[in-house]
Design a binder for this molecule. Structure first.
Ligand code: 13P
Length: 288
């Protein structure tokens, strides 16, 4: 069932669990994540970066593929298609393509411009029944060639953006995209706590889910995080499983070169990883 992320995240805040956003890259990724969500009876958010959207030939292809898969696979759990770190132009394209949710990453704009553009997008999303994620303070690491500086968001600025009427708020709390460095200081729960106190029931979003220790994930959920983004971890398990298949020479046995066989171990690794995360986030059985 295609829905916006609004209701599923409000339920997550009330129920003290988090919904996973898993980024998709192709048909196998999408099918694996949908299957994991259905088997876990969990709501799910399919994240699409601008780069992944381009790779899949455009957001319309993505939206049509997801809608068709939800129908053909008989997916009954709530599914949202969500633009990840969208530019203003990217948001407009996803609105046009029929996405159910978007993230406007206005962190590169001066705050006044970020506010003005966010307000405009809130009005459009309300009209279309879509949900909107805003970001305060840039989140470090590299994503689509953009390297942000890991930083902690200003809680007052978070409150200001939350009060505009967005549906979810991503705030930097020392998290970064991709693998964490050896000397990473960990999440700043002090910052998260201060943001949560000022933003109340606003669902908070934790980006850079890959590599954050389980106990920190649980503590973040206790402090109001209701959406956790995972991307790199699925890529790593997919690559590892595919490498093992090739290194074992399986592609050289019989019809082992058939892409449906070649991509199967990677596909299955994603299903397992997504299920493991849904368990950790507490969203299993929360589809109702
Ligand atoms: P990771 O790639 O670190 O899991 O981060 C994903 C993310 O935050 C997408 O916005």
């Amino acid at each position: 069932m295609m829905v916006s992320a609004k209701e599923m995240l409000q339920k997550a805040v009330a129920g003290h669990y988090a919904v996973g956003q898993f980024n998709i890259n192709n048909l196998e990724w999408t099918k694996a994540i949908l299957q994991a969500a259905q088997e876990s009876n969990s709501p799910v958010i399919l994240g699409v970066s601008e780069g992944a959207g381009k790779y899949m030939t455009g957001f319309k292809t993505v939206e049509n593929m997801v809608e068709a898969m939800v129908e053909e696979m008989g997916i009954t759990v709530p599914v949202a298609t969500h633009l990840d770190h969208g530019s203003y132009e990217g948001c407009m394209k996803c609105i046009d393509a029929g996405f159910t949710s978007i993230m406007f990453d206005g962190s590169k704009y001066p705050i006044e411009e970020n506010v003005a553009k966010t307000k405009e997008l809130i009005a459009i999303c309300e009209e279309k029944g879509m949900s909107l994620e805003a970001e305060v303070g840039s989140i470090g690491g590299e994503e689509d060639g953009v390297i942000g500086q890991g930083e902690c968001a200003d809680p007052q600025e978070c409150k200001m953006i939350a009060d505009l009427g967005v549906d979810m708020l991503a705030a930097g709390i020392g998290n970064i995209h991709g693998k964490y460095p050896e000397n990473w200081a960990g999440l700043s729960f002090e910052t998260l706590d201060a943001i949560q106190k000022l933003t109340g029931d606003m669902p908070l979003v934790l980006h850079g889910g890959t590599g954050i220790p389980d106990d920190m994930i649980k503590k973040a959920i206790d402090l109001g995080v209701a959406k956790i983004n995972v991307n790199t971890e699925c890529q790593l398990v997919f690559a590892e499983a595919t490498r093992k298949y090739i290194e074992a020479g399986k592609d050289l046995e019989g019809k082992g070169f058939d892409p449906r066989k070649l991509l199967k171990p990677g596909f299955e690794a994603i299903v397992e990883k997504v299920k493991e995360k849904m368990e950790l986030f507490g969203s299993v059985g929360k589809a109702e």
